[in-house]
Design a protein. Structure first.
Length: 381
């Protein structure tokens, strides 16, 4: 069996990690996956895919932009005009790669789904984020229902966001590799890892792992840091994530914010990293201040590494973080709540330890093996 798995961005984020990690495991079951993503000058995903022994196909699809000015109107018009070309390209890729299944990720990823429908291939439509306004869902969901042979959501909480009563769907939770993300593998290297990134053994370290994007709410986390430092002088924040080509201006604003808030000594931007388990092992707290989400893989990785989690109550994050058990849920865009919970965990080592143990226990249902089994089932059904 051959599968084309299509993502709408060519950076390395949660959906891309899931696609690659599942595809890698499926190879042993006789399922060959071709990962497809938009082409671009900077395409870290292609290297990532090929490094994991998978095929990659690039196609032309300009990115949609938020409406902030006339330039964005022009770019979005180009996106609209490019739709027929993208559909034709995907038809050619489907036929050239002899794909049996077209698996698309994201409610707006309709070009690949339409190409699969035209080619009479099985179409699996994977719905993920709580980002979209009702008008977008009102337009797209009838298309999804008409084209998709299988609709997948990444959590029960997102089924009510996307679907109506009576709609058929499958829940496949985002996965984490519990063998790679295991605290026991890194327990004796904590101080060494800290030293390598300029941290001391006594620092209280929070880490946020997410691509640099306004949806991730980084500005609210940075605004929380001065309040945290008043109570926790040895507090340090690690920001780990790629800067997509379209987010250079936002990244510059974050760096300027660090300077204006006078928190340069407390915040480290580490960029895109491959040593995520090591960075989590060196940290005490995981924080994710997103404005919209599905079920972030970064939270699952932190849970697998036995870390307490502070995250915003958006999407289906409440299916990962149980309030008061393995972490805290806060309102989106609230630096005050973020600061309060970071301080609480920073000053209470026993609470961090108990929540970390709960995280490791709760993460079992999100195992990579379970996710692979579910993919295999829907491909063969």
């Amino acid at each position: 069996m051959r599968v084309i798995n299509v993502v709408m961005q060519n950076y390395i984020g949660g959906p891309q990690v899931r696609v690659v990690s599942v595809a890698e495991k499926l190879l042993a079951r006789g399922v060959e996956t071709v990962v497809c993503a938009p082409s671009g000058h900077d395409n870290p995903l292609e290297e990532y895919v090929r490094t994991h022994g998978l095929e990659f196909e690039g196609f032309f699809m300009p990115g949609l932009r938020e409406f902030r000015g006339f330039g964005d109107v022009i770019k979005n018009l180009i996106w609209v005009l490019s739709v027929p070309l993208t559909v034709i390209q995907m038809i050619m890729i489907i036929r050239r790669t002899r794909a049996d299944v077209v698996h698309v990720n994201g409610v707006l990823n309709f070009q690949a789904a339409l190409a699969g429908f035209i080619c009479r291939r099985k179409v699996v439509w994977h719905l993920m984020s709580s980002l979209y306004p009702p008008v977008v869902l009102g337009i797209m969901m009838p298309i999804v229902r008409f084209i998709a042979d299988e609709i997948v959501v990444i959590a029960e909480g997102l089924a009510t966001y996307y679907l109506s009563e009576g709609d058929r769907y499958t829940v496949i939770y985002e996965p984490v590799d519990l063998e790679r993300f295991s605290p026991s593998l890194y327990s004796d290297r904590r101080d060494h890892i800290r030293e390598s990134i300029g941290l001391s053994p006594s620092d209280t370290v929070a880490v946020c792992i997410a691509n640099i994007n306004p949806i991730k709410g980084y500005e609210y986390l940075l605004k929380a840091v001065p309040s945290v430092l008043k109570s926790v002088r040895d507090f340090r924040l690690l920001v780990v994530g790629d800067v997509p080509e379209s987010q250079g201006e936002y990244y510059r604003k974050l760096r300027e914010m660090v300077s204006s808030l006078e928190i340069k000594d407390a915040v480290k931007f580490l960029g895109r990293r491959e040593d995520i388990p090591e960075l989590l092992a060196a940290s005490d707290i995981f924080v994710l201040p997103s404005i919209a989400e599905g079920t972030p893989i970064s939270i699952l990785e932190a849970m697998a590494m036995g870390k307490p989690v502070i995250a915003t109550d958006v999407g289906a994050v409440d299916e990962q973080v149980i309030e008061g058990v393995n972490g805290f849920l806060v309102s989106p865009a609230s630096q005050d709540q973020l600061a309060e919970r970071i301080i609480e965990l920073s000053l209470n080592q026993d609470l961090r330890a108990s929540m970390g143990r709960a995280s490791r226990r709760l993460v079992e249902k999100f195992s990579l093996e379970r996710c692979v089994e579910e993919h295999m089932r829907i491909y063969e059904s």
